[in-house]
Design a protein around this ligand. Sequence first.
Ligand code: PLP
Length: 379
Amino acid sequence: MKIDFDRVIDRSASHCTKFEKYAGQDILPLWVADMDFQSPIAVIEALQRRVEHGVFGYTLPPPALIDVIIERLQRLYQWRVEAEDIFFMPGVVSGLNMACRGLLEQHQAAITATPVYYPFLDAPSLQQRQLISLPVDKRADGFHYPLEALAEQAAGNAGLLMLCHPFNPIGRLLDRAELTEIAAICERENLWICSDEVHCDLVFDGRQHIPLATISPAAAMRTVTLMAPSKTFNIAGLGGSFAIIQNPELRARFKAAGEGILPNVNLLAYEAMLAAYRDSADWHESLMTYLQGNRDYLYSALNALPGVTMHKVEATYLAWLDVSALGLNNPPGFFESHGLGMSPGAQFGDGDYMRLNFGCPRSVLEETVARFRRALKVS
Ligand SMILES: Cc1ncc(COP(=O)(O)O)c(C=O)c1O
């Protein structure tokens, strides 16, 4: 069945975070990371069937979902996990906070490379722990993980590395050499790792995502991996994700950090996760073709403009735009005044940039480019 990603769906009456921010204003919402597409039909039908049942009591994770996740990790990454290694949670961000709370002693710090999805920056202080942020290496050929700085800082009072892989907002998919070095440093300095891999199914150009935990058996023993179908299948509002933790001691500490605080996963999220992973492969394939087209269109259109540089996006539907050459005092305000509602780079740790979500119909991106041109007075 052909999936119509070109269709513009009116989200204005759905109380969605993305559109409410600019309600009543002529500003395109290009910020928060959800897409403007309908979820796969299999997901919609699974939810409809469950709603029809009409009884919505406390619910366990469906065994079929556990089987699908185990099969999927084996097939995609040759990663063998057991049912008890999987821990379902309503959100990935909770996992970042639980890692800081449960895996660090009071005097210890969490390390993260920046710019990064802002809850990475907030989690340590929310949990009364210290943050060590390491700017990524900007080189002519793009962004590189700051391995030398990591090696230096890991030798101090750090107890945890928070990894964003694929890397929001810079759009990098870390490669095997980088992951191997990261794992070796954490092994040498005895750091736990919390690897947020929520964007792992949004990878372009035939690249292969490599879960950090699959780098070596030793890496697996010190890693909490966070995954979810929420970004890929556009079901973030349902709240369903999971951690994979193969080391029983680490698992116990991580779970204990959420005890009495972390709610159960919503039963509709279980249904949606299962239908997404089990029954929506064709939709996912079509999505990736469409998103790659969006990325390529945006890449050539924006890089043709004076003062804007779009970095190559290897994964995620988020473009990271260097606007420093425009010399603006207030980049978010400038772009909003021209009808473009992007995420301020400062939120992620680098105010020279803006983040643009291209998970939308092509026509919306064409309008986005037209507004950029007007803003920059390009005829
Ligand atoms: C890297 C990353 N982790 C986590 C999340 C949010 O996860 P959740 O809504 O499940 O807390 C996002 C959302 O943009 C993200 O980009």
